[in-house]
Design a protein around this ligand. Structure first.
Ligand SMILES: [Zn+2]
Length: 86
């Protein structure tokens, strides 16, 4: 392997690994930690921007607001929510 290629890989790792960590952190509050990390790792800073847009949270069927976890009541419209038992 040529010296230039080795330097390119080292440089890429320095960008990809922190981007993966930041991507996971950015998406973790929206239940999308793993896709966020993958985006950051593959696409670097661009993937990080995409990770901020990830949102895997549940949606209220009444008002379509994003929910944190599986609450009994929607925090937006106060309608009661029922969840399938796993
Ligand atoms: Zn709602």
């Amino acid at each position: 392997m040529s010296h230039a290629a080795q330097e390119l890989i080292v440089t890429w790792m320095w960008i990809a690994i922190p981007s993966a960590i930041c991507g996971a952190a950015a998406a973790s509050s929206k239940n999308a930690k793993v896709p966020g990390a993958i985006l950051g790792f593959l696409f670097g800073p661009l993937g990080l921007i995409a990770a901020f847009g990830l949102d895997e949270r549940e949606i209220c069927p009444t008002c379509h607001g994003r929910l944190n976890g599986q609450p009994q009541l929607c925090m937006h419209c106060r309608s009661e929510l029922y969840w399938r038992q796993n």
